[in-house]
Design a protein around this ligand. Structure first.
Ligand code: F6P
Length: 405
C-alpha cells in the first residue's frame, strides 16, 4: 500500500503550519488518513521557556542543536509508527532548512517516500506582520513586545544562516505561500497522494471571510464619489448593527482601507474583541476617480460628459482621467486579498471595503464576466460571507440591519 511522508521546509513565519494543516485537512476531505507531527509543539511541551531564547537556535550551540535533532527524531519515530498502524500521509511540520537535516530525514525514513514541501514568502509587509503576530503567542508572554520581536528576529537570523534551498532532495515542491502558487517541483511520481497535495497547495482556501461595505456617508447620500468622508448617523447605526449582529462570531482579523469611513465601520466590531488584529491596507482604498474625485455624478455628467459616456460604453475598462478603472483595480485588490488571507491563515477575517473594491473582491470568487463586475450589488446593510475549503463551499449575502425605510 502506498504511504507518504510530507516534510515541511521553510524559514520561520513563512506559512508552513497553515499549509501543513491545509494539506492534512484537504487529504482528510478526500478520505485519506493524514496526521501532523509538529516539532514546535513538541519543543514547547518538552523544553518550555528555555527553548524560546534565541540561543537555543544558534547553530554553534551544541546543546540546542542536539535538542532540536532529538525532537525531530522523536517525531519521525511517531510518524513512522503511525503510518505502520494504518495512517497514510504523515506530515512533519518543522523548518528543516538545512540539507544536513533533510539528508538525515531521507536516510531515516526509508520505508516510504519523503516529499519536501517548502514555503517561500518574500513579501516584506507580510513577513513583518507575521513576525509581530508570532510575538503575541503565549510562548512570549514573559517578554515585552520589543523584547519578543528582537528575540524572534534573532531566531530567524540563525535559521537564515543555515538555510539551503531544495535541490538534491529526491521529491520536492516549492510553494509561494502568499499566492498559492507552485514555484518549482521535482514530482513524487507514482505516489497517489501527490496530485491531491498539488491541488491543495494551489487552491484558493478561504476559511471564513466576511466582506462588508462601509456604512453610509454624506457623499453616498448626495451621490458624490471618492473623498474621505465620515459616516452619517445612519452609517454609524449600520456599523453598530453590524457589530451587534456579529457579536457571537469569532473574528480574529479586521482589514480596512486607509479611509475614515472604513475605519469607522470597523470600530464597533473591534470594541469587544481586544485580541483581534486590525490592519489598514491602501490596496482596499476605493477606486481612484482622478480628476473626478469628490464630484457629484450629476456634475460629472454636466461638466465632463465624455467620462459618463466612456463609463456607459465600457464601465469595466474605462479609467477616470488621471484615475483608475475596474480593470486596473484587479491587481492591487488581489494583492490586498492575498495578504489578508495569508495573515488570517485559517482564522475568520473581515474586510471592510468600498463599493468598487468589494465588487472586484467578489469577482475573484465568482468568476464573473468582467463586464458585469461594475454592476454587482453591494448594499450597506448586508455583508457577504464566503467560505471555500475542501469540506465547505459557502457563498451567501447576509442582511444585518433592516434599514430599508
Ligand atoms: O458612490 C460611492 C462609491 O464608493 C464611490 O466613491 C465610487 O467612485 C463608486 O462608489 C464606485 O461605484 P461606480 O463604479 O458604480 O461609480
Amino acid at each position: 500500500m502506498h504511504k507518504l511522508y510530507v516534510a515541511m521546509v521553510g524559514l520561520p513565519a513563512r506559512g508552513k503550519s497553515t499549509l501543513a494543516k491545509r494539506i492534512r485537512d484537504g487529504l482528510m476531505a478526500e478520505g485519506i488518513q493524514a496526521k501532523l507531527f509538529n516539532n514546535g509543539d513538541m519543543r514547547r511541551a518538552l523544553m518550555g521557556a528555555e527553548s524560546t531564547s534565541p540561543d537555543f537556535y544558534n547553530p554553534s550551540n551544541a546543546a540546542g542543536r542536539e535538542a532540536r535533532e532529538m525532537i525531530c527524531r522523536r517525531n519521525m519515530d511517531l510518524a513512522r509508527g503511525w503510518l505502520a498502524d494504518g495512517g497514510e500521509v504523515a506530515i512533519l511540520d518543522a523548518t528543516n532548512v538545512s540539507r544536513g537535516r533533510r539528508r538525515m530525514i531521507e536516510s531515516t525514513l526509508t520505508d516510504h517516500p519523503v516529499l519536501f514541501v517548502e514555503c517561500v514568502n518574500e513579501d516584506q509587509l507580510l513577513l513583518k506582520a507575521c513576525i509581530r503576530r508570532k510575538t503575541t503567542l503565549p510562548e512570549y508572554a514573559a517578554y515585552s513586545e520589543e523584547e519578543a520581536l528582537q528575540s524572534f528576529m534573532k531566531r530567524i537570523s540563525y535559521y537564515e544562516a543555515i538555510y539551503e534551498p531544495l535541490e538534491e532532495e529526491k521529491f520536492w515542491l516549492c510553494v509561494d505561500s502568499t499566492a498559492n502558487r507552485i514555484l518549482a517541483e521535482r514530482p513524487c511520481e507514482g505516489s497517489p497522494f501527490y496530485p491531491a497535495i498539488r491541488e491543495i497547495v494551489v487552491s484558493a482556501w478561504v476559511h471564513c471571510l466576511y466582506l462588508v461595505r462601509h456604512g453610509q456617508t454624506e457623499f453616498n447620500v448626495r451621490g458624490r464619489i471618492g473623498g474621505d468622508p465620515p459616516l452619517t448617523a445612519k452609517g454609524r447605526a449600520q456599523a453598530q448593527a453590524l457589530a451587534q449582529h456579529m457579536r457571537h462570531k469569532e473574528i480574529d482579523w479586521v482589514f480596512t482601507s486607509t479611509r475614515l469611513r472604513s475605519h469607522e465601520t470597523a470600530t464597533p466590531l473591534l470594541a469587544e474583541r481586544p485580541g483581534a488584529h486590525i490592519m489598514a491596507f491602501k490596496e482596499f482604498n476605493e477606486i481612484w476617480a482622478g480628476d473626478c474625485e469628490g464630484m457629484l455624478y450629476s456634475e460629472i455628467r454636466e461638466r465632463m460628459p465624455q467620462v459618463t459616456a466612456g463609463r456607459n460604453a465600457n464601465k469595466f475598462s474605462y479609467a477616470y482621467p488621471n484615475g483608475e478603472s475596474y480593470a486596473l483595480l484587479g491587481e492591487r485588490v488581489q494583492r490586498g486579498l492575498r495578504r489578508a488571507l495569508f495573515l488570517a491563515g485559517d482564522t475568520p477575517l473581515v474586510i471592510v471595503g468600498h463599493q468598487a473594491i468589494n465588487r472586484v473582491l467578489l469577482s475573484l470568487f465568482l468568476r464573473q464576466r468582467s463586464e458585469d463586475v461594475p454592476y454587482i450589488y453591494i448594499p450597506q446593510n448586508q455583508y457577504y460571507h464566503i467560505s471555500l475549503t475542501p469540506r465547505r463551499k459557502v457563498f451567501e449575502r447576509v442582511p444585518y440591519q433592516d434599514d430599508s425605510r
